[in-house]
Design a protein. Structure first.
Length: 94
């Protein structure tokens, strides 16, 4: 099985909250949060490309517990995390 790699970008403070999250979704991104000991400050709000997520997870119900390598672009550097998919929320009306 090949390693799954997702590119992500750190969300700015203006991109956090309900309205900014809606704007991100309209622009083709998915808001997310990475938690863990290796993460600076314990959590990191990120945005993922919706097309890239669909390509990796597929259109079926994704496997919770799936390991995904996450490359987070923070502007001048790239942080890499090996993450476990903990929860995915789908809108059943779409």
């Amino acid at each position: 099985m090949t390693e799954q790699v997702l590119n992500a970008w750190v969300r700015s403070p203006q991109e956090i909250g309900t309205r900014p999250s809606r704007r991100l979704r309209r622009q083709g991104f998915i808001p997310a949060v990475v938690y863990g000991k290796a993460v600076p400050n314990g959590n990191l709000p990120i945005k993922l490309s919706a097309a890239e997520v669909r390509k990796i997870l597929g259109s079926t119900i994704p496997e919770v517990g799936k390991v995904v390598r996450l490359k987070v672009h923070t502007g001048d550097e790239v942080l890499e995390f090996e993450t476990v998919l903990q929860e995915v929320q789908w809108d059943p009306m779409k």
